[in-house]
Design a protein around this ligand. Structure first.
Ligand SMILES: NC(=O)c1ccc[n+]([C@@H]2O[C@H](COP(=O)([O-])OP(=O)(O)OC[C@H]3O[C@@H](n4cnc5c(N)ncnc54)[C@H](O)[C@@H]3O)[C@@H](O)[C@H]2O)c1
Ligand SMILES: N[C@@H](CCO)C(=O)O
Ligand code: NA
Length: 437
C-alpha cells in the first residue's frame, strides 16, 4: 500500500521525538492509520543535527521551502517554532495542497484565523494537538469528545516550564534562575524562555482552548497575561498556611457580559486535584453543562510526550484526508461560518476571589480601616491572618482572602487601602479560584 510521505521541518526537541516515535512504532501506527506513515524528507538549518538524528536514513536539507514545494510530500510537519518563517512555510504548504501538522501554539494563537481560512479554501487539514498541553489529547477531547456540551469554562496548568519552576522552588527551595536553566536543559522551555515565565506561552494555548470551547476566532491581543516573575516566595508560603497552592493558571469563562481570558498566578484550594499537579506535568479542567467538570492530566512538554500528539495528528490526517472537507472536524470545533463575536472582557470586568498582602503599622484601628474599605465596597472577607512584627520591626504583614468581586471594585479598594497612612508600600494582589462549580 502507498505510504503517506511526511516532510519534517525542524528536528530539534519535538522534531527529534517525532522521528523517534514514528520510527519505533512504525508497524503499529500503520495498523492504526490504514497505511504506513514515513518521514521521507527532513529540513533543519542544523544539517549536522538532522543527519545525526536520522542516522543517514532520510534525505536532509537546510531549505525548509524545498520540502514544502516537493510534490512527493503529502503532510508537512512544522516543528521550527516562531511565527515568521513558520507562518510563511505553513501558508506555502497549504497553497501547495499539503496537510499540515504543527506544535506551534504561538503561530495558531496569532495567525490561526488566516491559516484555517486558507486551509478550508484548499481543502486541507491543519492539525495542532501538540500545540496545547503537549501529549494530553485536549484538543480532541474538547473539539470532539465534549461536542454535546455548552462549554462553561476551561482552566488549566498549561505551561510545563513554569509549573516545573514553581514546584521545584516550593519543594526544594531552589532559586528561580537555576530551575529555569534545568527546564531549558530538559527541553521544556521555549526558544525565548520569557514566553514561558511571563505567561505568554500559556496565553497562546488558552486562546486556542477558548476558540474551540466557545466557537470564537483567535484574538490573542485581548488576553490578560501575567507571568510568575513578580511572584514573591513569601506569598506562596502564606497561601500554603491558608490551605492554598499557587499555580500559573490559564482561565477562560463564558459569562453574560463576554468571555474571560486570563493567565496569572492563582491560588487554588490545596484539596483540588489540579493543585497537586507538579513538575512539568499539565492538567486542564473543562466544565461542560452536561458532563460537569472533567480533568485531563499528563506530560505537557518534552520530546516524546509532545511527539505523541504530533504522531496522533499524523494518524488522524492520514485517516481523514480522503473525507469531503465539509464532513471533517472543523479546525476550531465550530463550522467556520458559525464562529461568533463574543466580546473578550478586559481584566477590570473579570470576577475573582482575591488574596491581599499588605504591610501595616502594628497599631490599633488599622485592621478596622482595612475591613471598612472592603465592606464599603461589598467585598466580603473569607479569611485573614495578622502576623506578629519581626524582632525590631514596627510593621507586620496582614493577609486577607476575599470572596468573589469584580476586579475594578478590587482596584478601587486597593487604592484606598494603599492611601491609609498606616499601610506602607503596595498591596500584593493574587487572584483565587475555587474551581468547584
Ligand atoms: N519543547 C517542547 O516541549 C514543546 C512542546 C510543545 C510544543 N512545542 C513547540 O514545538 C516547536 C518546536 O519546539 P522545540 O522545543 O522542538 O524547538 P527546538 O529549538 O528544539 O527545535 C527547533 C528546530 O528547528 C530548527 N530551525 C529553526 N529555524 C529553522 C529554519 N528557518 N529552517 C529550518 N530549521 C530551522 C532548529 O535548528 C531546531 O533544530 C515550537 O513551536 C514549540 O513551541 C515544544
Ligand atoms: N514551553 C512549553 C512547551 C510545551 O508547550 C512549556 O513549558 O509548557
Ligand atoms: Na495536546
Amino acid at each position: 500500500m502507498k505510504s503517506i510521505n511526511v516532510g519534517l521541518l525542524g528536528i530539534g526537541t519535538v522534531g527529534g521525538g517525532t522521528y523517534t516515535v514514528l520510527t519505533r512504532n512504525q508497524e503499529e501506527i500503520a495498523r492504526r492509520a490504514g497505511r504506513p506513515i514515513a518521514i521521507t524528507r527532513v529540513a533543519d538549518r542544523n544539517l549536522e543535527l538532522a543527519r545525526q538524528v536520522t542516522g543517514g536514513n532520510v534525505a536532509v536539507t537546510d531549505d525548509a521551502f524545498a520540502v514544502v514545494a516537493d510534490p512527493d510530500i503529502d503532510i508537512v510537519v512544522e516543528l521550527i517554532g516562531g511565527y515568521t518563517v513558520a507562518r510563511e512555510l505553513v501558508l506555502k504548504a497549504i497553497e501547495n495542497g499539503k496537510h499540515v501538522v504543527t506544535a506551534n501554539k504561538a503561530l495558531i494563537a496569532l495567525h490561526g484565523n488566516e491559516i484555517f481560512a486558507a486551509a478550508q479554501k484548499k481543502g486541507v487539514i491543519v492539525a495542532f494537538e501538540a500545540a496545547v498541553a503537549g501529549g494530553i489529547p485536549i484538543i480532541k477531547a474538547v473539539r470532539e469528545g465534549l461536542a454535546a456540551n455548552r462549554i462553561e469554562w476551561i482552566a488549566g496548568i498549561i505551561n510545563g516550564t513554569t509549573n516545573f519552576i514553581l514546584s521545584e522552588m516550593r519543594e526544594k527551595g531552589l532559586a528561580f534562575a537555576d530551575v529555569l536553566k534545568e527546564a531549558q536543559r530538559l527541553g521544556y522551555a521555549e526558544a525565548d524562555p520569557t514566553f514561558d515565565v511571563e505567561g505568554i506561552d500559556a496565553a497562546h494555548k488558552l486562546m486556542i482552548l477558548a476558540a474551540i470551547g466557545f466557537g470564537i476566532p483567535v484574538q490573542f491581543d485581548k488576553a490578560y497575561v501575567e507571568g510568575i516573575t513578580k511572584l514573591d516566595a513569601v506569598d506562596i508560603r502564606y497561601a500554603e498556611e491558608l490551605g492554598y497552592r499557587v499555580k500559573l493558571l490559564g482561565i477562560t469563562k463564558r459569562t453574560d457580559k463576554g468571555v474571560e481570558l486570563r493567565v496569572h498566578p492563582t491560588l487554588i484550594p490545596e484539596k483540588r486535584l489540579i493543585a497537586n499537579v507538579n513538575g512539568a506535568m499539565n492538567a486542564v479542567l473543562v466544565k461542560g453543562d452536561a458532563v460537569g467538570p472533567t480533568l485531563y492530566y499528563g506530560a505537557g512538554a518534552g520530546a516524546e510526550p509532545t511527539a505523541s500528539a504530533v504522531v496522533a495528528d499524523l494518524v488522524d490526517v492520514t485517516r481523514t484526508h480522503t473525507t469531503d472537507v465539509h464532513q471533517r472536524v472543523p479546525h476550531l470545533a465550530f463550522q467556520p461560518d458559525q464562529l461568533v463575536d463574543l466580546p473578550i472582557l478586559p481584566i477590570s470586568e473579570v470576577s475573582s476571589g482575591y488574596y491581599l498582602r499588605m504591610r501595616a503599622l502594628d497599631k490599633p484601628g488599622v485592621l478596622a480601616d482595612v475591613t471598612r474599605i472592603l465592606g464599603d465596597r461589598e467585598i466580603s472577607i473569607d479569611a485573614m491572618i495578622q502576623k506578629e512584627p519581626q524582632e525590631g520591626e514596627e510593621q507586620a504583614d496582614i493577609i486577607i482572602l476575599t470572596h468573589v468581586t469584580v476586579e475594578k471594585n478590587m482596584d478601587d479598594a486597593i487604592a484606598a487601602i494603599e492611601a491609609l497612612p498606616a499601610i506602607s508600600g503596595k498591596v500584593t494582589r493574587l487572584r483565587m479560584e475555587e474551581l468547584s462549580r
